[in-house]
Ligand binder design. Structure first.
Ligand SMILES: Cc1cc2nc3c(=O)[nH]c(=O)nc-3n(C[C@H](O)[C@H](O)[C@H](O)COP(=O)(O)OP(=O)(O)OC[C@H]3O[C@@H](n4cnc5c(N)ncnc54)[C@H](O)[C@@H]3O)c2cc1C
Length: 398
């Protein structure tokens, strides 16, 4: 179905599609099977300019609309969901630097991220803080120039750095990423108001990687544990003000969820296209499967899911382009699109029969890849809570 795209957006879509079909699709099954992260793919996406695409020209980005970005994500994920998630998380870790960073931080941190020389990661989740991210326990301690601990009542001018202690889990792109946006608390008693964001480089003494997660899907997109044991960063690595971290995380996730929604549309579209082709060629009871009305109904429902998810995703992207609040619309898009991807990929396995269940056809991989999207960047239960909260706020009597 058509959507009003400008010339630039159509070109971006065509470029991403051609690249994804040529460079990503052919090796996707092998990378999944071997749980192999191929850094050169990220490099090639960067060469194409995708790592700079959704950022304003003023910070060195390519200045495409966010609607344009959803076109890229849909095409990349249609070929390989794991590469789409790596790219999406990389972008997610940069938005806060664009929005909240100082000029010096943008120069130092963004340059190598936009060019793809460095890979980024977003580190929020902890062993006892997933959906309830405000309960995170990774501790940030203020230090003076001599490395001596400072209390929270000391003047900010005395703060020369911060010591980080704690553990993050399920951090996508780790351990390969070089740049980590890490959320830690200065005071757990302050809840969300104690959370502060830090830019942390791999190789910082006291920061190491723990267990690598073994996953059901997107197995070529790595995820690992981060361990901070007295890792020290200079005060210039604090992003935004002390206590602003939770707000920073939520605003980044508002943008990131639209990107993941678009990836889910691409994943679902891949399953739908392959299933539609298969039922026309596979015969049973003397005729192609596509002549069975029951299966036609299934295909129609799959198409409905894809189109509805895409419409909501693009509506959310257009809201971002207009600078509107994103909490509700991005939750609606991500929840709808990831549920659509789950249903459409599951139906595709069914339409393929045993061939869909076999690893060789690659259809079961789509279903495994879809499941995670109902969990990361906020589970779909949490999105229901966000949507209900916004709705009730809007409709509160008086
Ligand atoms: C593939 C993958 C990649 C990831 N990448 C990253 C990453 O890059 N960075 C990062 O920081 N994190 C990442 N995560 C972690 C992810 O964000 C968390 O898994 C997610 O927020 C859910 O947290 P949890 O797993 O602790 O589940 P829990 O919070 O323990 O929730 C368990 C179940 O309870 C439900 N639930 C919890 N609270 C409520 C409630 N109030 N009402 C109703 N239901 C509720 C949840 O929806 C879920 O179904 C990743 C996870 C996966 C699977």
């Amino acid at each position: 179905m058509s959507w009003p795209l400008n010339e630039e957006e159509r070109l971006l879509q065509a470029t991403a599609r051609e690249f994804a079909e040529r460079e990503l699709a052919p090796g996707a099954a092998e990378r999944d099977e071997r749980e192999r992260f191929d850094r050169s793919i990220f490099g090639r996406m960067a060469e194409l300019g995708l790592t700079a695409a959704p950022f304003p020209e003023g910070v060195g980005g390519a200045g495409f609309s966010y609607l344009g970005w959803t076109l890229v994500m849909e095409e990349i994920a249609r070929a390989d969901m794991a590469s789409a998630v790596t790219l999406s998380v990389h972008i997610l870790s940069q938005f806060p630097v664009v929005t909240w960073g100082t000029d010096e931080q943008r120069r130092r941190w963004l340059g190598p991220m936009l060019s793809g020389e460095r890979l980024g990661a977003f580190a929020l989740t902890e062993p006892s803080a997933g959906s309830d991210a405000a309960a995170l326990r990774t501790r940030a301690t203020r230090l003076d120039a001599a490395g001596v601990e400072l209390g929270l009542d000391a003047p900010l001018e005395q703060v020369a750095g911060y010591r980080l202690d704690g553990t993050k889990i399920w951090i996508s792109n780790a351990p390969y990423a070089e740049h980590y946006l890490v959320f830690a608390t200065l005071d757990p008693a302050r809840g969300p108001k104690g959370i502060t964001a830090f830019l942390v480089e791999a190789g910082t003494p006291g920061f190491r990687f723990g267990r690598k997660e073994r996953k059901m899907g997107i197995r070529a997109c790595p995820a690992a544990e981060l361990i901070f044991e007295g890792a020290t960063v200079p005060a210039s690595n604090r992003l935004g003000a002390e206590g602003q971290g939770y707000r920073i995380a939520l605003s980044a996730l508002g943008e990131g969820r639209i990107s993941i929604a678009a990836a889910c549309v691409g994943l679902a579209r891949s399953a739908l296209e392959q299933a539609a082709a298969y039922v026309q060629q596979r015969r049973a009871f003397g005729r192609p499967l596509s002549e069975q009305q029951g299966l036609r109904f299934m295909l129609a429902e799959m198409a409905r899911e894809v189109e509805a998810a895409r419409a909501l995703t693009r509506q959310a992207a257009a809201a971002k382009d207009r600078g509107e609040p994103l909490a509700e619309v991005s939750s609606l898009a991500k929840w709808t699109a990831s549920d659509a991807a789950m249903r459409v990929t599951t139906d595709a396995v069914q339409l393929f029969g045993a061939s869909g269940y076999a690893v060789e056809t690659g259809i079961e991989r789509l279903m495994r890849d879809a499941k995670g999207a109902q969990i990361y960047e906020g589970t779909n239960q949490i999105h229901r809570l966000i949507v209900a909260e916004q709705l009730l706020k809007r409709t509160a009597p008086g």
